[in-house]
Write a protein of this length. Structure first.
Length: 56
């Protein structure tokens, strides 16, 4: 029974689906982090230019 369970097509498919979901999730998370860093840097730069512009 254990050998049959190990070679089960449904378990192989489950492994593929879970691994694919994990990889897609990690890639999307990294993309979101990079996008947030870019937006935050832009916001900080804009705020700095606005603040420095008030003094001149």
């Amino acid at each position: 029974m254990k050998l049959e369970l190990k070679n089960s097509l449904s378990l192989k498919l489950l492994r593929v689906v879970l691994l694919s979901a994990l990889i897609v999730g990690v890639v999307l998370s990294l993309a979101q982090i990079v996008f947030d860093v870019y937006k935050t840097r832009q916001a900080v730069a804009n705020d700095a230019h606005r603040i420095l512009g008030l003094n001149s």
